[in-house]
Every structure is written in structure tokens, then in C-alpha cells.
Design a protein around this ligand. Structure first.
Ligand code: SF4
Ligand code: SF4
Length: 379
């Protein structure tokens, strides 16, 4: 596994502590969005669609620390927007490190090489770099030619300086699993700690439905990608979540596992949906109608969802919160290659067509117009 022992130990003891106290619902990772501004306008991103007065707003470091303390999480993911555009991001990161929180600073890395000297390597800090496959696929996905090269330069510099780095990918329908496997080879050769991946999220309002994955398509794609693994591929994720993506196990969503806090407050019920906001973490936990979410609920917004922010907390809790889960994780660590002849055949399946559309480049002045048409689709 690509997750350091100290981090696994922290998460395991947190889960065991919660279970001993008899708590049924508890968060694992806070999705802390200190701003929605970004220097990209990726197709499928719902964050950069907000009007300018919202995009100008930011959470203060104190608001960030309060949210972390209220929720009591052991891990904090800082997406956005682009967190490196926040003028006090270094203060926020250092404050969270001082609180011994494991931080995933999610960045498109356009600014990473230029800003990296402002940060100090720590076991608590990981740069989670948005990379959606190899150069052409990534540049297509983020609507920016040259985006891949800048991100890779940032990764190289961060690895050279001793930082933890995990490339973070969202894969949509039309993704060629052979390209993804080649991408794994390339990113592992950059010296990253482990790979993070998730299927794109879809629901009825998303503008680009033809490129989002339904559940059956997701399982087929991830079976092709994640079976017959090479020994040097490492994943900074729960192996049980990867088995879920491959269709080897079924899980229900744990939306409270990754609560989201941003300039509007605590978002109900999860990082992807916006069914209102709560003023405090306690209010979020006590007033959200959790039974209305997840696949079993019949909620159409959840029908095709398999994203990491909803289902990885389920896998992590299963792995560290029960003997059967722990044994399943141990088995996944020992038999980590997942040999599967059927999956090898899938790699030659012509129905996995790579994107062949032309690259759409969005100039800064056009970004707001484009963003206003986008929906919330990235996890
Ligand atoms: S998905 Fe793209 S546009 Fe949206 S926040 Fe991430 S990098 Fe920025
Ligand atoms: S299934 Fe997906 S969209 Fe629905 S609550 Fe869970 S994470 Fe959110």
C-alpha cells in the first residue's frame, strides 16, 4: 500500500476509538474548500461556475482551524478551487500540521514549482496533484494545453525536495484503460508515493452526460485498469475501495465520512451535492436526512455514484473497524496483482475508445462564461 504506517495507525486508532465509544456516524476526512477560485476551468468542474463576488471570497485560517477542530477529523483534504491561489494557504497548512492533521493539498500544480519553497516537508503534508492521465488526455480534460508539463514539473520539484506527492485522477467514459495503465508507469517513475483515482460523478443536471460513467461502466473500466497490476504500482487509497471500483465488493455510501466545509458553511449531505448548508458540524450531523442518500435510498442523484469521497470512508471503516475487513485488507496486500484473464481481454476491447475530440482550450477571459455552464462532477 502507498499509505505510510504512521498515517494508517492514526486512522485505525481513531476508528477503533469511535467504535469503542459507540459512535455510529463519524467523519474521517474533512473536505476543506478555502476558496472556489481557480486558474483553470476544467470541463465538468462545478466550483469555478460561481459568480465573481463568490469567487473572490475565502475562508480565513481561523475559520479553517475551527472547522477542523469542530469535526475532529484525523485527515484534511484541501481542494477548491486552487488552494495555492489562497493568500494565506501556507499559514493554513502550517496550522494544520501543528495540529497533527494529515493534509492532502489538492492542486492542479500550475503554481507548484514556483511556490514550493514556501512549504516545509512533513509526514503530515501531501501534495495531491490533479492529473487526468497522460499528456493529451490530461490537457483535454483540464482544457489547457501545456497543463500536463507544468504539473509534472511541479511534481518533480516537490519529490526532489522531499515532499509526499500523490497524483490524483478522475476518469470519465471514453477513457482508454491502456492509457491509464501507461499513465501509472509514468507517474510511478516520477517517484510519487502512490496514485489516487476516482470515477467521474454524474447526475441528471451535468451538462456533458455522454462522458460520465454509470456504475456498470465504471466497474468494467476499473476492472480493466486495476486487474493484472504491476508490482511497482502503489495506490494511496484503501485497497478495499479499489476492489469496490473493480466490482469485487459492494458498499453503501458514507456521506458523513467526508464532510465538506466552505465559504457557505457545512454542505449537506456530501462534497458533491448541495442540498443546503448547516452552520455547525453538529447541526450538519443532526439535521441531515442521511437516509435520503446513497444507492439504496433510490435518490437519482446517488444512483450512479461510486466516487471516493462517498465510498472510500466506507471501505476504510470496514478495513480498520472489523476483523473481516482487516483480513480482507491483509489479503489485498499479499495478493496485490489481481490476475484476471477476462480483464486482459477487456484491454483489447475496441469499445474502450480513447477521447478523440479536439483539445478545447479556454482562455482566461472565457473561463467564467464556460464555468457558468458547468456542474459539480469531480470528487
Ligand atoms: S477541477 Fe479544474 S477548474 Fe475545477 S478546481 Fe480543479 S483544477 Fe480548478
Ligand atoms: S452516493 Fe455520491 S452523491 Fe450520493 S451522498 Fe454519497 S457521495 Fe454524495
Amino acid at each position: 500500500m502507498g499509505v505510510p504506517i504512521s498515517q494508517m495507525w492514526t486512522v485505525a486508532s481513531y476508528i477503533v476509538g469511535k467504535r469503542l465509544k459507540g459512535e455510529k456516524r463519524y467523519p474521517l476526512v474533512l473536505m476543506l474548500e478555502p476558496l472556489f477560485r481557480c486558474n483553470l476551468a476544467c470541463a465538468g468542474c462545478g466550483k469555478v461556475q460561481y459568480p465573481p463576488h463568490i469567487l473572490k471570497k475565502e475562508l480565513s485560517p481561523e475559520e479553517c482551524f475551527r472547522a477542523v477542530e469542530e469535526s475532529g477529523v484525523p485527515m484534511v483534504s484541501i481542494p477548491g478551487g486552487e488552494p495555492l491561489l489562497h493568500p494565506q494557504i501556507v499559514e493554513i497548512v502550517n496550522g494544520l500540521i501543528a495540529r497533527k492533521k494529515y493534509i492532502y493539498l489538492c492542486t492542479n500544480a500550475l503554481e507548484l514549482k514556483r511556490r514550493i519553497h514556501e512549504f516545509t516537508p512533513s509526514k503530515y503534508l501531501t501534495f495531491s496533484v490533479h492529473l487526468d492521465g497522460l499528456r493529451d488526455h490530461h490537457d483535454f480534460s483540464v482544457c489547457r494545453e501545456g497543463g500536463w508539463d507544468m504539473a509534472v514539473e511541479g511534481i518533480r520539484e516537490a519529490v526532489k525536495r522531499g515532499f509526499r506527492v500523490t497524483p490524483n485522477s478522475t476518469f470519465f467514459d471514453g477513457t482508454d484503460p491502456n492509457m491509464v495503465r501507461e499513465y501509472f508507469d509514468v507517474v510511478m517513475s516520477l517517484g510519487v508515493e502512490g496514485i489516487v483515482l476516482s470515477p467521474g460523478y454524474s447526475y441528471d443536471k451535468a451538462p456533458d452526460q455522454q462522458h460520465f460513467l454509470g456504475r456498470a461502466k465504471s466497474r468494467r473500466l476499473f476492472r480493466a485498469i486495476l486487474s493484472n497490476r504491476k508490482k511497482n504500482w502503489k495506490f494511496n487509497m484503501s485497497p478495499l475501495f479499489l476492489e469496490f471500483l473493480m466490482g469485487k465488493r459492494d458498499y453503501e455510501c458514507t456521506p458523513w465520512g467526508s464532510p465538506a466545509y466552505n465559504i457557505f458553511g457545512w454542505q449537506k449531505p456530501c462534497y458533491l451535492l448541495q442540498d443546503g448548508y448547516a452552520e455547525s458540524f453538529k447541526e450538519l450531523m443532526e439535521t441531515t436526512k442521511w437516509e435520503e442518500y446513497g444507492t439504496k435510498s433510490g435518490n437519482p442523484k446517488c444512483a450512479n455514484c461510486m466516487v471516493s469521497c462517498g465510498y472510500e470512508p466506507t471501505a476504510v471503516t470496514h478495513g480498520f473497524g472489523s476483523l473481516s475487513g482487516f483480513l480482507a485488507m491483509a489479503k489485498a496486500a499479499i495478493f496485490s496483482t489481481y490476475e484476471d484473464k477476462g480483464a486482459l481481454n477487456l484491454l483489447n476491447d475496441a469499445s474502450f475508445a480513447a477521447h478523440n475530440g479536439s483539445l478545447v482550450q479556454i482562455q482566461p477571459g472565457e473561463a467564467m462564461d464556460a464555468a457558468s455552464q458547468l456542474e459539480e462532477t469531480r470528487a
